[in-house]
Design a protein around this ligand. Structure first.
Ligand code: BES
Ligand code: ZN
Length: 447
């Protein structure tokens, strides 16, 4: 498998602008899926591309030996939009290697991480001809838009996908780039609001004072989501939240110490001060507490100079990050009721709900959790920290529900990988470490 130069392959993978949220990139997603299929069949797996109502799913598997355990390795080949383009040092789909990092959209989220697993399997197969476990690769093209078609795909292919556990590298290392096993991820529920007022944009002198301004109404509504400390005010929002176990608070404190405390998080975020709910450390607030975030807001005149207008509408895009055992549907309903109650007469509030996925949590001391920890320690040279992270992989709860198995999250992204931001990058040592990690992981899981 010498022709599989890891960095060369990664650069090829990163050149596809596989942006799932933008319809004009559908052909790029298709080409990227086909590229993966060729790679996977080239290393000796039975590989196929399955169309869905959205982007295709790539499946690949070793022959099933009933005497061996089966590991499903999940990843995604779609990426977030590269915007804002002017934030990039070099173009997002022209990978650049410099100072031990590879820069491109998708480098760490998730192309570098899933490719490390593929190349790990390729290496073991090239050297030994067989793997210690059966392996299935499930690589989707819609993770970044909430995996809208994957649950149906899982149901339809339930038998083919039957496995003992899922292994995923789509999370991050701990601050300081220390190895980490993530045992909980937040869930997500998306919502869009439109406040509609007058039939058309009005002269703000002739109508201001007489007509409710949709931008002002929306701003007031959004301001009711939190108290001054960032605690969410939607009634019932925290009712189902599973409290932190004492060992978890200790793990969070250990992590905070190892990670350099709040100073390191400020540095990563580029802020002078942190902000959030009282009674919890920053690390706990990120991983173990739910939030309501405004992701975008718009309305009214956006051009140069001034325009005296009373806009006809305003919009906002929100996502709630959820923790076990909050139900996304319950939260969306509670949020809508709360916002409607406070909407003044004279405007119409339109509420649209978007994708959602429940939070996920497993036991890092389970048999496979311990195997995953050994794999990380073996590849990266120190015992992994235990992490609850704030991001979401919306399909995790569904994998558990449909396939009945746990997912183990062995993140390879460096904490300063800038995923979803300009200049996304992956440390090459993490990528190569991931290839080693896959080999130890499959060995440990096969024991
Ligand atoms: N890889 C991330 C999730 C992640 C990153 C978890 C780092 C923990 C640490 C994933 O690709 C992602 O960005 N998910 C989205 C899901 C959403 C668009 C439905 C997220 O969390 O915003
Ligand atoms: Zn992502």
């Amino acid at each position: 498998m010498d022709q599989l130069d890891p960095l060369h392959k990664l650069q090829e993978f990163l050149r596809f602008p596989s942006v799932s949220t933008q319809p004009e990139h559908a052909p790029d997603l298709l080409c990227c899926a086909e590229w993966l299929r060729e790679l996977l069949s080239g290393i000796g797996l039975t590989a196929s591309v399955h169309s869905t109502p959205g982007s295709p799913v790539v499946l690949a598997a070793t022959p099933r030996d009933p005497a061996k355990r089966t590991v499903l390795i999940y990843g995604h080949y779609d990426v977030q939009p590269p915007d804002p383009l002017d934030g990039w040092t070099t173009p997002p789909f022209e990978p650049r290697i410099t100072d031990g990092r590879i820069y491109a959209r998708g480098a760490a989220d998730n192309k570098g991480q899933i490719l490390a697993h593929i190349l790990g399997v390729a290496k073991t197969l090239g050297e030994k001809g067989v793997l210690p476990v059966n392996v299935i690769f499930l690589i989707e093209g819609e993770e970044e838009i909430g995996s809208p078609n994957l649950a149906d795909f899982l149901r339809e292919h339930r038998e083919e996908l039957a496995c003992d556990l899922v292994a995923i590298s789509d999370t991050a290392m701990a601050p300081g780039n220390k190895p980490a096993l993530t045992y909980a991820l937040r869930g997500i529920a998306a919502m869009e609001l439109i406040v509609r007022g007058p039939a058309r944009d009005l002269h703000s002198g002739l109508f201001g004072g007489a007509v409710a301004n949709p931008v002002t109404v929306l701003a007031r509504l959004l301001a009711t989501l939190h108290d001054a400390k960032g605690r969410v005010l939607i009634p019932g929002f925290y009712d189902a939240v599973r409290p932190l176990a004492p060992w978890e608070r200790k793990a969070a404190a250990d992590l905070e110490k190892a990670a350099g405390g709040d100073a390191a998080i400020k540095e990563l975020a580029g802020v002078t001060d942190l902000f959030g709910e009282e009674g919890f450390s920053t690390i706990e607030r990120i991983g173990a507490r739910p939030t309501a975030e405004v992701n975008g807001i718009g309305g009214g005149y956006q051009g140069a100079g001034t325009k005296t207008v009373l806009p006809k509408e305003a919009f906002a895009k929100l996502t709630f990050r959820l923790v076990a055992d909050q139900d996304p549907a319950v939260i969306l309903t509670a949020a809508e009721e709360y916002l409607r109650k406070q909407t003044p007469p004279g405007v119409l509030l339109e509420v649209m709900t978007g994708h959602s996925g429940a939070a996920y949590q497993n036991d890092p001391n389970s048999r496979d959790g311990l195997a995953a920890r050994k794999a990380l320690a073996g590849a990266f040279g120190s015992e992994p920290l235990l992490l609850r992270d704030g991001g979401s992989i919306p399909i995790l709860a569904t994998l558990k529900e449909i396939l009945g198995v746990d997912s183990h999250l062995l993140g390879l992204a460096n904490p300063d990988s800038r995923i979803h931001s300009p200049d996304e990058n992956m440390l090459i040592e993490n990528f190569l470490g991931g290839i080693r990690m896959n080999r130890v992981l499959l060995e440990e899981l096969g024991k």
